[in-house]
Design a binder for this molecule. Structure first.
Ligand SMILES: Cc1cc2nc3c(=O)[nH]c(=O)nc-3n(C[C@H](O)[C@H](O)[C@H](O)COP(=O)(O)O)c2cc1C
Length: 134
């Protein structure tokens, strides 16, 4: 079980939007910006799918994600890799809809993307670049 260290949580929490990468089953990469995400705890991140298209297709056939964050003040950058569960009903889905519709009730809030953190890498330049953190 992988837990996000405090500096990773802080770096991710301060950045909006964040780039998220997915890939199709055959390995075609795709990257988008996401503003609607929440760090639920040390192991779980919730993302609101409002407008995902290729991303939604990719996650259905290959439920893996990479999230990139960077803070220019602290000079910290991380790649967070995770496994995804897609929810279109249930407690997490209802929580996502409430949150998204609290921002703007016209947003579609189609799917709740639950990310379980699997691995975290240092993505800052320098000697530790690319090293696995957890
Ligand atoms: C600044 C910014 C923030 C965005 N935030 C979200 C978001 O939180 N949720 C979402 O579904 N789409 C968001 N989008 C739209 C996606 O980046 C993207 O356009 C959409 O997923 C369609 O691309 P795809 O076919 O590669 O999935 C955002 C776009 C920008 C430019």
């Amino acid at each position: 079980m992988v837990k996000m260290p405090p500096e990773v949580r802080e770096t991710l929490a301060k950045q909006k939007p964040v780039p998220i990468a997915t890939a199709s089953k055959s390995g075609v990469p795709n990257v988008i910006f996401v503003g609607a995400f929440k760090i639920l705890d040390d192991e779980n991140i919730m993302i609101a799918d409002n407008f995902f298209y290729k991303t939604a297709q990719n996650l259905m056939e290959n439920p893996k994600i990479a999230i990139l964050c960077y803070n220019g003040e602290t000079k910290k950058s991380y790649q967070i890799k995770g496994s995804v569960t897609l929810c279109t009903e249930g407690e997490n889905f209802e929580q996502m809809r409430k949150w998204v519709h609290g921002i703007n009730e016209k947003l579609p809030a189609k799917t709740c993307v639950m990310v379980k953190v699997d691995e975290i890498y240092n993505a800052m330049w320098g000697p530790s670049a690319g090293k696995k953190i957890v």
